[in-house]
Design a protein around this ligand. Sequence first.
Ligand code: NAP
Ligand code: GDD
Length: 345
Amino acid sequence: MASKKAFITGITGQDGAYLARLLLRKGYEVHGLVRRSSSPNTGRIDGMLANRHWPDVRYCAHFGDMTDTMSLVRILDAVGPDEVYNLAAQSHVRVSFDMPEFTGDVNGLGTLRLLEAIRSLGLDKTTRFYQASTSELYGKVRETPQTETTPFCPRSPYAIAKLYAYWTCVNYREAYHMFAANGILFNHESPLRGDQFVTKKIVRGAVRIHNGSEEPIRLGNLDARRDWGHAADYVAGMHAILQHDTPDDFVLATGQCHTVRQWLEEVFRLLDRELVWQGQGLAEQGCDRKTGRILVTIDPAFFRPTEVELLCGSADKARSLLHWQPEYTFQSLIADMLDHELKEQ
Ligand code: NAP
Ligand code: GDD
């Protein structure tokens, strides 16, 4: 039987790299959308091509951009994918306040371009479509835990663009009977997480200190609460969503919620340092209990004009219909990221 073909936008990002590996392991032919850039942006996926354990890797990169309709049409026409995973996005919430128009174009209209390209090419009856929706849609949360029926209340240009994409996906399912599904994913991290997200920033900063740096980690809101899981578990959920017998929307979450402060404390604990807190507000500092050295300071540059204070999801629907269950815990996720960083630096 011919192997399935998948097209992944955002393949050079954290989730794209994990998903591509998963699909290649399952025997898929994988096609990825890659943006032209003046410096290398394929570091997360280069290893796949040179993996001697998978001698028959079938992977193909295609240059294009979510803002360039014709590039999407051309690639979809050439590939004729069974499954499309739309992971491409300007994915940083803080940055979306600085670049709201670009974020809307890529995250919102980009999704429309892709769906409309599938439809115009007559692939709507054969191609299954996954949309990378987000727990940021819940924003100023109306209930906890958040589920597939919790009302959305987005609080950033990023989340507002993703709201447009979410409903576009639902509309193409209802209007054209496409297999189009949203995964509403809560935060997921990994050793491949971008350096500007808080989890990776903390792990990198703490390992630098462990290796002798005097530079404290400068952060914004330490009291934000997130439901953090591991990207490896979440890409398995994306795949399961597209294998379900009907197109539907699913929350993927761990159901466990921690503050940024708790993430910091756990990272330093694993590096044999106990963090103690002194001062308040912008003057708050995290210090090493033994030496008194300042390890964490507050920098207003990292606060957001409107913040999402609490995200905590219930993945009951995915658990019962897809049999999806995350394997990593808060502790084993941090341990994995820390192990990797200790080897890297
Ligand atoms: P990421 O690491 O920031 O990756 C984003 C990807 O999108 C990169 O491959 C990037 O390419 C690509 N991209 C950005 N703008 C593009 C454009 N104009 N045209 C083509 N490609 C473009 O994000 P991630 O953490 O893997 O997240 C994957 C998706 O899931 C995103 O849509 C994100 O919003 C969503 N999501 C993530 C989480 C999470 O916690 N990770 C949770 C819920 C939803 P370059 O490498 O060239 O920059
Ligand atoms: N990035 C960052 N940098 N965040 C900080 C910092 C800092 O220095 N200090 C505190 N934070 C707080 C943020 O204010 C936020 O409340 C929390 O840490 C998490 O921030 P991020 O790691 O940037 O992630 P996010 O929750 O805003 O967004 C991520 O998860 C979403 C799903 O809920 C991204 O991956 C989004 O693309 C994704 O949709």
